[in-house]
Ligand binder design. Structure first.
Ligand SMILES: NC(=O)CC[C@H](N)C(=O)O
Length: 305
């Protein structure tokens, strides 16, 4: 398979499309990003990698961090977390409050904001130095010690925290948040503010390949086979909020998006892939990124279906 040629075709074909998406501005720092940026990085299980465009440039990973925080909390706590978070798609936007009220403060899944806020609350209990320890985990799985938080983005989110603060207060009232609301938000916003390139993201997501046994740079596999299987299942059912069905339908891979315009997807036997294009569709997912991944699974005939 000539992956490099396929990535170049995808870059050319998607650049010719009219992009109707909009860069996220509800976090003002994110609104400063150049909407024309585009990159893809594909990491194959045979160790080879392929890239085009701005694939080495770092951007705000935002909700992609929810997969990494889930991986860490599952490693530390195992299945005991599932009495505080569900595993069903929400069918609602990522920051919706409606289900939380009638489902008594138990978030539908770990990839909507409410679920990731509960994960952050658990990690605050489990980690000695939460921000340092989480960053170290991300650096280790990506095999790159230069990865960092973007303090400006974290501060920008804290200034516009009202929606996430509402989610956290409501869950605290139901007894599903143990720490102070601002402490949970500060940790969660830092997770979202991490800046990584497509290359670093594709490398980090190799922990979900080959039932957790694919190991790029680590001495021991980070995830056991059951955890890799389950996190991939959650990515395919819940990774794109109320567009998860559409992503499975047109792309057919487990994956996760973020409002920074990044998407990471995994073909458990063949590759991990990260794509970045900041303009978002109305569901908060990268418009050109979705199109690029649809072309990738169509041209390679490699999706999980
Ligand atoms: N979908 C996202 O990427 C949202 C993450 C963002 N930090 C928020 O909480 O609103």
């Amino acid at each position: 398979m000539n992956y490099q040629q396929i990535l170049e075709e995808i870059t050319a074909e998607t650049s010719a499309l009219k992009n109707t998406g909009k860069v996220a501005t509800y976090i003002p720092e994110l609104g400063k990003v150049d909407p024309g940026k585009f990159g893809i990085y594909l990491q194959c299980t045979d160790g080879k990698s392929y890239a085009t465009g701005d694939s080495h440039e770092r951007f705000s990973i935002q909700s992609i961090s929810k997969v990494l925080s889930l991986a860490l909390v599952l490693k530390l706590k195992g299945n005991s977390i599932w009495n505080r978070i569900g595993v069903e798609p929400s069918g609602d936007p990522f920051n919706s409050l409606v289900q939380l009220e009638y489902e008594k403060g138990i978030p539908r899944n770990p990839f909507i904001n409410a679920g990731a806020l509960v994960v952050a609350d658990i990690l605050l209990t489990e980690l000695k130095n939460p921000k340092e320890d989480f960053l170290q985990f991300v650096r280790d799985v990506a095999g790159d010690q230069s990865i960092n938080y973007d303090e400006k983005v974290a501060a920008s989110e804290m200034q516009h925290k009202d929606r996430n603060a509402s989610l956290t207060h409501l869950m605290k009232d139901f007894g599903n948040i143990n720490h102070e609301v601002d402490a949970v938000l500060d940790f969660y916003f830092h997770q979202c503010s991490i800046v990584m390139s497509c290359k670093q993201l594709a490398k980090a997501f190799t922990i979900f390949l080959n039932y957790g046994k694919y190991d790029l740079s680590k001495e021991a596999a980070v995830l056991n086979p059951m955890l890799a299987k389950r996190i991939n299942a959650l990515m395919i059912t819940c990774g794109f909020y109320d567009e998860s069905g559409e992503f499975a339908f047109s792309i057919g891979l487990p994956g996760k998006s973020g409002v920074g315009g990044g998407i990471v997807a995994v073909h458990p036997r063949h590759y991990s892939v990260a794509v970045w294009s900041p303009p978002l569709n109305s569901k908060g997912n990268s418009e050109r990124g979705m199109r690029a991944l649809e072309l990738l699974t169509t041209k390679t005939e490699q999706s999980v279906f």
